[in-house]
Design a protein around this ligand. Structure first.
Ligand SMILES: [Zn+2]
Length: 82
Protein backbone atom coordinates (compact mmCIF):
# COMPACT_ATOMS: atom_id res chain seq x y z
CA UNK A 1 0.00 0.00 0.00
CA UNK A 2 1.37 3.38 -0.97
CA UNK A 3 2.26 5.69 1.87
CA UNK A 4 2.00 9.13 0.28
CA UNK A 5 2.25 11.25 3.45
CA UNK A 6 4.38 10.88 6.55
CA UNK A 7 2.47 10.20 9.75
CA UNK A 8 3.45 11.06 13.30
CA UNK A 9 2.05 8.51 15.75
CA UNK A 10 2.96 8.94 19.42
CA UNK A 11 6.11 10.89 18.45
CA UNK A 12 7.30 8.09 16.15
CA UNK A 13 7.27 9.13 12.50
CA UNK A 14 6.21 6.71 9.81
CA UNK A 15 7.88 8.00 6.65
CA UNK A 16 6.22 8.42 3.28
CA UNK A 17 7.44 6.30 0.37
CA UNK A 18 9.83 8.98 -0.94
CA UNK A 19 11.44 9.56 2.47
CA UNK A 20 11.70 5.78 2.92
CA UNK A 21 13.53 5.51 -0.42
CA UNK A 22 15.93 8.27 0.64
CA UNK A 23 16.66 6.35 3.87
CA UNK A 24 17.60 3.27 1.86
CA UNK A 25 19.88 5.29 -0.47
CA UNK A 26 22.92 6.23 1.64
CA UNK A 27 24.12 8.72 -1.02
CA UNK A 28 21.23 11.08 -0.16
CA UNK A 29 22.40 11.58 3.45
CA UNK A 30 19.16 11.06 5.36
CA UNK A 31 19.23 8.86 8.46
CA UNK A 32 16.64 7.91 11.08
CA UNK A 33 17.50 8.00 14.78
CA UNK A 34 15.49 6.91 17.79
CA UNK A 35 15.37 8.17 21.35
CA UNK A 36 14.69 5.37 23.82
CA UNK A 37 13.14 5.36 27.26
CA UNK A 38 15.62 3.21 29.14
CA UNK A 39 13.04 2.28 31.81
CA UNK A 40 10.68 0.63 29.35
CA UNK A 41 13.18 -0.02 26.55
CA UNK A 42 10.75 1.38 24.00
CA UNK A 43 11.46 4.03 21.38
CA UNK A 44 9.66 7.21 22.42
CA UNK A 45 10.83 9.60 19.68
CA UNK A 46 12.12 9.25 16.17
CA UNK A 47 14.02 11.90 14.26
CA UNK A 48 15.13 12.14 10.66
CA UNK A 49 18.54 13.72 10.22
CA UNK A 50 19.81 15.30 7.00
CA UNK A 51 23.60 15.20 6.47
CA UNK A 52 24.53 17.75 3.84
CA UNK A 53 26.88 20.66 3.14
CA UNK A 54 28.46 22.14 6.26
CA UNK A 55 26.24 19.82 8.35
CA UNK A 56 27.52 16.63 6.71
CA UNK A 57 29.02 15.23 9.94
CA UNK A 58 26.52 16.23 12.63
CA UNK A 59 23.46 16.68 10.45
CA UNK A 60 20.30 18.65 11.11
CA UNK A 61 17.00 17.32 12.41
CA UNK A 62 14.14 17.66 9.98
CA UNK A 63 10.96 19.06 11.52
CA UNK A 64 9.05 18.51 8.30
CA UNK A 65 9.39 15.97 5.52
CA UNK A 66 11.10 17.63 2.54
CA UNK A 67 9.01 15.53 0.16
CA UNK A 68 5.42 15.57 1.45
CA UNK A 69 5.60 18.52 3.87
CA UNK A 70 4.09 16.74 6.86
CA UNK A 71 5.42 17.28 10.39
CA UNK A 72 7.78 14.44 11.31
CA UNK A 73 9.16 15.71 14.61
CA UNK A 74 7.47 17.09 17.70
CA UNK A 75 9.69 18.89 20.18
CA UNK A 76 9.81 16.87 23.43
CA UNK A 77 8.02 18.56 26.31
CA UNK A 78 9.79 19.08 29.63
CA UNK A 79 9.76 15.79 31.49
CA UNK A 80 9.07 13.65 28.42
CA UNK A 81 12.69 12.55 28.08
CA UNK A 82 14.85 12.20 31.15
ZN1 LIG B 1 7.03 12.53 3.76
Amino acid sequence: MANRKCKLLRNIARPCDTLTRSLHNSDLGVTEKFIFDFKSGAAVYSVFVLHSGQFRKKGIVLNFCPFCGMAIFKQPAKGDVT
